[in-house]
Design a protein around this ligand. Structure first.
Ligand SMILES: Nc1ncnc2c1ncn2[C@@H]1O[C@H](COP(=O)(O)OP(=O)(O)OP(=O)(O)O)[C@@H](O)[C@H]1O
Ligand SMILES: [Mg+2]
Length: 368
């Protein structure tokens, strides 16, 4: 079992200071637009991933006009208490677990597994392939400590190789030995990442299709296909083959950084041919499958963050989700909405579930 007992923010976004005691099951944050509800979820996200769900630049999360922020939380994980403290001061981010410095943030990822369902999730369907790789990588990294290291190593070498390709364009000289070293390293790391993505999808896709059937109202068939340059080719051979086009483009054309996930409904691209309802179902099914996968692999129920759930879900999909909550398929949940009554109505029929309601008003949080 994993849950957060309490969190404390200092100078995080619109909070000067706030402290919240949480309950083990459902925690609802209610307040007007711009009050700071999503910021609460982002703080919790930060402590799991050592970064914001929204702002990639840490300093943007410091309250305007201040010079640092800090986030603290007391977690209970398999009956053991753990204190996490993340702070950002003078361009330096530090994470302490039980007062010990975490030297490599990558090693922290997955310790507090988490799934976030947010209004901008549709980007996963509509943006480029990088979004879909990020989604897949985010899940695998939370279950496999080596994955992120391999991926980061691959990206580092890719960058160096691209730099060499650029240098060649400038002074017409190519260091063959260096290039070959890069090719070999890219192939080694690329193969590892590719194998892990393959193994992940093999398990993930059937879970995803099951959830889609559960939440969708109609009978359409959904599928996810994994497209990779490495599917039928050796990367090292490809890198050699494509050297002249790499030189012309001054970047590497083949590799796992080009992997794509093809999301389809009845064999057509969801983003072009899926209705709005089908797209919503697709996203929710992806997220629930993510939840299920993390739960199975970490042997613990992840934290579930639902931002603006009424924006995301119509009655049908909401009911399915609520049934799952009632059946305790989830652990601790954080929900935001603008209307208290709407939330209360929804949870009224579930007496067995522990629920806390909080009112969020301009950087101030109070229990209702
Ligand atoms: N670095 C920052 N310093 C101060 N305030 C910030 C900072 N970053 C964001 N904010 C403020 O936080 C507020 C937004 O908070 P948040 O997104 O959590 O609102 P919300 O309650 O989720 O609103 P909505 O219902 O519209 O989603 C805005 O008023 C914004 O100006
Ligand atoms: Mg919000």
């Amino acid at each position: 079992m994993l849950y957060i007992k309490n969190v404390r923010f200092q100078q995080f976004k619109n909070y000067e200071q706030a402290q919240i005691n949480l309950c083990e099951q459902v925690n609802c944050f209610v307040g007007k637009n711009g009050a700071g509800k999503t910021n609460v979820l982002d703080a919790i996200y930060y402590l799991s991933f050592t970064k914001s769900f929204f702002n990639t630049l840490d300093y943007q999360n410091i309250k305007h006009g201040k010079d640092y922020f800090s986030l603290q939380a007391n977690y209970v994980k398999n009956s053991l208490e753990e204190h996490a403290l993340l702070s950002y001061l003078k361009g330096k981010k530090t994470l302490k677990i039980n007062n010990n410095d975490v030297k490599k943030f990558a090693e922290h990822i997955g310790d507090y597994p988490l799934v976030m369902i947010a209004p901008n999730d549709l980007l996963l369907l509509h943006e480029g392939s990088a979004e879909r790789r990020k989604f897949m990588d985010g899940i695998i990294a939370q279950t496999d400590k080596f994955y992120l290291n391999d991926l980061l190593a691959y990206n580092r070498i890719l960058e160096q190789r691209n730099k060499q390709l650029k240098l060649f364009a400038e002074n017409n000289y190519l260091d063959d030995t260096l290039l070959d070293t890069y090719n070999k390293q890219l192939t080694d790391y690329g193969n590892k990442v590719h194998q892990k993505r393959l193994a992940f999808l093999q398990q993930f896709i059937p879970v995803f299709t099951q959830y889609y059937e559960k939440i969708s109202t109609s009978q359409e068939q959904v599928s996810i296909a994994y497209e990779s340059d490495l599917a039928n080719n050796d990367l090292r051979t490809l890198l050699n083959q494509y050297l002249s086009s790499d030189i012309a483009a001054q970047r590497t054309n083949k590799g796992i950084h080009k992997d794509e996930l093809d999301f389809k409904i009845n064999n057509f691209a969801v983003k072009k041919f899926g209705s709005q309802g089908q797209q919503k179902s697709f996203i929710i099914a992806l997220k629930l499958a993510q939840y299920e996968y993390l739960k199975q692999h970490n042997n613990i129920k992840p934290l579930l963050l639902l931002d603006d759930i009424f924006e995301k879900l119509d009655q049908q999909r909401l009911n399915t989700l609520l049934q799952m909550i009632a059946q305790e398929e989830f652990g601790q949940i954080f929900i935001t909405d603008t209307h208290l009554n709407r939330l209360k109505e929804v949870f009224e029929g579930m007496p067995a579930v522990a629920i806390n309601y909080y009112l969020v008003e301009q950087g101030n949080i109070s229990k209702i």
